[in-house]
Design a binder for this molecule. Structure first.
Ligand code: ADP
Ligand code: ZN
Ligand code: ZN
Length: 724
């Protein structure tokens, strides 16, 4: 028998399957972690297939040296998922492995899932080690102690002697589980009584399939999720609950811990590798049965999954944008189908894409249109900043926002000021008439590139001169530029010298627990103003926040991306949701230079459906997703000539695909990426937009064009979140 294995090293050269012989006395299954000799080394590998015959020269095939665990570490479901991800996202097997197996038990690491004991084999004869000094010593040691941990032997005698002894069958390896056996179910205590909307939501999730829980902020979605999970646990099944990293607040974690106790494993980015491994082990062994975590928790080693939940479905962080690139939703769908269980995604602002699917009946829609505490959503007041400008106020804050802040201060309440950094200083806008520079052919906003001082379209690559005068009204007050958190804080301190003003952004939260410190300081101070970026937009439940200010709402609107408006709507709704969460009424002041943009009308009325309808129409007309598919193939390599040549090579093949599907492919071009160089790698891209008719077929053909053994790293994205 032979085993096909993948080598645990993420390099392109090793991204293939290697065959090893299975020694007759060894029982090897698919998914096993094994030890093999590779060149002069002993390294670990993962068995992905077992077969009767190998197509390689069987006299040259080496044997597997040892099994490393007592049971397969990659379960059958995950092996299938691996193949699925390979095809769907065009990833290397070895990159996928990194997602499945924690770093602590990957190549070179000392932590063990099973303790490996070495002992002399029964057939051992002293002649076998007559001429080998080190081997002789190992034998002596083993004769004294009968069995010794492999790690200790390696430390003492090095690995080459040991490798030889394993190969010759002088010693044997015995495995022992290093984790506890799972303990039995815990009873679940219930505190909050579900309201009718929540009950209806829980009862609506009846069978497999995808469900969209559309519930306004504060409608009590978390309670619904917890009840769904409790139901699954009662049926002796397991659950996966995903939240965006940013909303994995201690509040959320403790809610789950107090509800499900030891059954919960939490995976988030501030865990050390060791802590992460411990949680993984508890899931692998069945000791923990619910995983709550960010994106990567979708790969949790749970079987018998009874439900998968994705909270804040619209969040961009569910798309991995660095290698390996994947879409969490697609993986969740695969796992839900495999386990024949429901997939529930929830949001106050679902993506246009998923809502369209719900409209077409592929996804079942569940609605919770009111807050659980019966309170109204906070009133959103739109302030026209161009008008402020005309009245002589060229500052950051409108007079409305200042007077509302003064009220908050007088009443000893709290306020949050939100600054959007995502579209950072990218678009050009006239401060006098609101004109925004757009591409002539694509109708998306142009993006300013500082390095060559030009405006560029991210969809067609067309370039334009930067403007020093507004083409619409002639004003010179046309500029790009965003306001930073620091500047906002400084100006607020001048206006309210005696008020606690806190700042939360990437700079202030980079230290461990930085996040937590700022939030707890804010919680304890009244009056107080918290100034922040996206980080303050979700998850937080502060009782005394009565005012939310949104400084430059337009920032997200003009990102040069067909999703800009959708993102803007989502942000406003999420940020507004922070206000008035308990007794006190809440209010939102939204400052904009484009007060008449439809997104503000719908957002300020919390009219998701109205927004969707408008947006759906626009996308249909402009043929953007979900009514078309955009594919970006990104090439990156430190040598610019290499990327350019390889891009050309693929592009020539792509031209043939285009010819074949001439009616379906509505746009295709190759260009430099907007961010030309990242970490010393030059980046070039091909962008393709196509109708949906034959898009799966075309996608496959496009895949094939990049199948070449290229030097560049090639990333393949469908409807990419970012084109930069
Ligand atoms: P969402 O995730 O939908 O924005 P949350 O789950 O954070 O909303 O719930 C908002 C608030 O309402 C929380 O403080 C929660 O404890 C409370 N809550 C949820 N369900 C109920 C209920 N049935 N009765 C009273 N309060 C509830
Ligand atoms: Zn103008
Ligand atoms: Zn364009």
């Amino acid at each position: 028998m032979f085993a096909s294995v993948i080598i645990d090293q993420d390099t392109k050269a090793l991204d293939k399957v290697f065959d090893y012989r299975i020694p007759s006395e060894m029982e090897v299954q698919k998914g096993d972690r094994v030890l093999v000799s590779f060149g002069s080394r002993m390294i670990q590998a993962f068995v992905v297939d077992i077969k009767q015959e190998s197509s390689f020269d069987s006299s040259k095939i080496k044997p597997i040296l040892a099994k490393l665990d007592g049971e397969p570490i990659i379960k059958p479901e995950m092996l299938e998922l691996m193949n699925f991800m390979c095809k769907k996202f065009h990833l290397r097997l070895t990159s996928i492995l990194k997602l499945f197996i924690p770093s602590e038990i990957r190549e070179g690491k000392v932590r063990e899932l099973f303790v490996k004991w070495v002992k002399l084999s029964k057939s051992f004869l002293p002649e076998q080690v007559k001429n080998a000094k080190v081997q002789k010593k190992i034998v002596e040691t083993l004769q004294k102690h009968s069995k010794i941990k492999m790690l200790d032997l390696k430390k003492q005698f090095g690995q080459s002697a040991l490798k030889a002894m394993v190969e010759k069958g002088i010693v044997e390896i015995e495995l022992e589980r290093s984790f506890r056996k799972p303990f039995s179910n815990q009873t679940v205590e219930k505190k909050i009584v579900l309201n009718d909307l929540q009950k209806n939501a829980v009862n609506s999730v009846v069978e497999n399939g995808v469900y969209l829980l559309h519930g306004v902020t504060g409608s009590g979605k978390t309670e619904v999720y917890m009840n769904l999970i409790a139901r699954v646990l009662e049926k002796d099944k397991n659950a996966i609950m995903l939240v965006p990293e940013i909303s994995l607040t201690p509040q959320v974690m403790s809610a789950f811990k107090s509800r499900f106790g030891e059954n919960v494993a939490v995976l988030h980015s501030s865990l050390s590798a060791g802590e992460r491994f411990d949680e993984w082990k508890r899931l692998f062994s069945g000791e923990a049965r619910v995983v709550v975590g960010a994106r990567s928790a979708i790969f949790a080693p749970l079987d018998r999954i009874g439900i998968i939940i994705i909270d804040e479905q619209h969040e961009q962080s569910y798309i991995s944008e660095s290698n390996p690139r994947y879409d969490t939703f697609e993986i969740a769908k695969f796992r839900a189908e495999y386990n024949n269980c429901p997939l529930v995604v929830g949001s106050a602002t679902p993506s246009v894409d998923i809502y369209e699917q719900a409209k077409q009946g592929n996804v079942k829609l569940i609605e919770m249109p009111t807050r659980a505490n019966g309170k109204d959503l906070p009133k959103i007041q739109i302030v026209d900043m161009m008008n402020e400008f005309r009245l002589g106020n060229s500052g950051i804050f409108s007079s409305q926002l200042i007077s509302d802040l003064a009220n908050v201060v007088n009443e000893k309440k709290q306020a949050m000021i939100f600054i959007n950094r995502r579209g950072f200083s990218s678009f050009m806008m006239c401060r006098e008439c609101g004109y925004v520079a757009k591409c002539e052919t694509c109708d998306v906003n142009l993006v300013y590139h500082r390095e060559d001082n030009r405006l560029k379209c991210h969809y067609c690559g067309k370039q334009y001169r930067t403007l020093d005068r507004c083409p619409n009204c002639g004003s010179e007050k046309i500029k790009q530029g965003a306001v930073g958190t620091e500047r906002v804080v400084n100006e607020l301190k001048e206006i309210f010298p005696n008020v606690k003003i806190l700042r939360m952004d990437n700079d202030t939260t980079s230290k461990k627990n930085g996040h937590e410190k700022i939030l707890s300081e804010f919680r304890e101070s009244k009056p107080a103003i918290l100034v922040g970026t996206q980080m303050i937009a979700k998850g937080h439940d502060f009782e005394d926040v009565t005012l939310v200010g949104i400084i430059d709402a337009d920032q997200s609107l003009y990102r040069g991306d067909y999703r800009s408006t959708e993102r803007c709507f989502q942000l406003i709704t999420q940020v507004s949701g922070r206000a008035g969460r308990s007794k006190s009424e809440g209010k939102v002041v939204l400052q904009t230079y484009s007060p008449r943009h439809y997104v503000y009308k719908f957002a300020s009325n919390y009219d998701y459906k109205g927004f969707f309808k408008k947006e759906e129409n626009l996308r249909k007309t402009a043929v953007f997703p979900p009514f078309s598919k955009i594919i970006r193939i990104l090439f990156a390599h430190p040598d610019e000539n290499v990327v350019r040549d390889e891009l050309k090579l693929c592009y020539n093949k792509l031209l043939k695909v285009r010819e074949k599907y001439f009616d379906d492919i509505i746009y295709m071009d190759a260009m430099k990426s907007p961010i030309k160089k990242i970490k010393n790698s030059y980046r070039y891209q091909v962008v393709i937009r196509m109708l949906l008719n034959n898009s799966d077929e075309i996608e496959n053909e496009i895949f094939k064009c990049t199948d070449e053994n290229l030097k560049s790293s090639v990333f393949f994205e469908v409807n990419p979140e970012s084109m930069s």
